[in-house]
Write a protein that binds this ligand. Sequence first.
Ligand code: FAD
Length: 478
Amino acid sequence: MRIAVIGAGPAGMTAAYKISEELGKKVSALDVYELSAQVGGLSKSIDLWDQRVDLGPHRFFSHDTKINEVWLEVVGKDYDIVNRQTRIYYKKQFFDYPIRALNALKGLGLFEAARCMISYLIERLAPTRDTSTFEGWVTSRFGKRLYTIFFKTYSEKLWGISCTDLDSDFAAQRIKKLSLFEAVKNALFPGKRNKHATLVDQFAYPTRGTGSVYENMQQKISDRGGNVYLNRGVERVNTTKSSARSLTLESGETREYDHIISTMPISILVERLPEVPAAIVEQSRKLTFRNTILVYLRVDRTNLFSDQWLYVHDPSVEVGRVTNFRNWLPSVYGHSQSTILCLEYWCYLDDPLWNQDPDHLIENAGKEIVRTGLVEEGEVREGHVVRLPRCYPVYFKGYREVVKPVENYIDSVEGLHAIGRYGAYKYNNQDHSILMGLRVAENIVDGTGHDLWSINTDYEVYQESSVITKTGLQPKGS
Ligand SMILES: Cc1cc2nc3c(=O)[nH]c(=O)nc-3n(C[C@H](O)[C@H](O)[C@H](O)COP(=O)(O)OP(=O)(O)OC[C@H]3O[C@@H](n4cnc5c(N)ncnc54)[C@H](O)[C@@H]3O)c2cc1C
């Protein structure tokens, strides 16, 4: 088999890494084509001001033993454990994230807490009927008032659409269940379960940054005889009689394969397929993506705040999240005496913000971070801008009906496999993309029939639950 992979992010690299084990056996050629100059996709790490940083916060976490085993196999011993602290910053106060009811109510003060409780009781007496939207789903669990304070502003900044137009899939995937009633009960009658909830949340982080996972995979793929071509974008996949048989590079060159794994944006892939029906193109054009602008600031202080990242819920600033790379591992900041912060701004391709000049973005980010009170005037030394196009597939209301015919069409093209975050239109974390890579490799090499589209929407197979600890993999709960 000759196999091509489009894109060297976690999904594409994991697929290639697994398939490369078969080079010289079932596989005769393996080529990865990456548009940019580096592997890792959205999970790459970059060198900046003598430090190493990720593209925003990148915490790897999974309970799935297969995913954890691959991660450990690739990372080896080059990781350490980080005690996670991530909070919401609202009206110059810090609140726990994921939200804990009592902490939220305490922080809001008596009057606001009473309003939240009343609003929650109203919700219990007259529950919100339509829970298919983000607003309905969250309100039904938290009450309107808490929803407005802790979810509405941030989500609307991130997605750029009203929470009534956002599908509840996004909430169900990302927000831990919380019941105010349970929280109050647990506070009054602390039991075993309550104690459990206060355990420190930890995660494993590679000593050379998240991107080193995929750099290690790149090395292994090359050692086994595969090719990882950088700065080599794929223009289109060519199909003949319902099968994918070749791809054309941006340089115009065409190469033939038996299987093509695509992690390029699904809408671009579909639009450029030669025999695709107009109705499918029309559906794929409805799939929308949100972009991120990352503004890195070098700040002349090392003790700004203790979180790895903060969610900024204040509607008076545009920034939505701030990562503090000083609080990950010392190995990534070395001897540097400054802190690198990364401020995230979200927009669509046609928003004026997307094309704003870097100096302007840096100046604005500098002003905003001072306005939040997290950094003092005069402490920002320099800035750097990175733009991430199409990095969030938008789960707008009804998106499943739009994406389904597109998925069916891709499935009908023999030899074509679409996986990944924008590749399969899934709001994936690394673990989901790694799993897609593992499963597509099995489908191709072993002929298994995993349904790749169900990963990260309907999949929750944690039979072999485990966590990565300092000494390796441990069964969960041991
Ligand atoms: C700000 C931010 C924070 C995040 N935080 C976390 C986190 O804390 N934890 C976590 O696990 N995940 C996090 N993620 C998600 C994580 O980055 C993604 O899930 C993961 O990188 C997706 O991998 P992928 O391979 O599916 O896609 P990508 O990483 O997007 O990789 C796709 C690759 O395809 C390449 N490509 C595109 N078009 C072409 C083409 N035509 N030809 C060739 N190559 C092409 C791209 O250049 C890219 O390298 C975060 C993402 C963002 C944006």
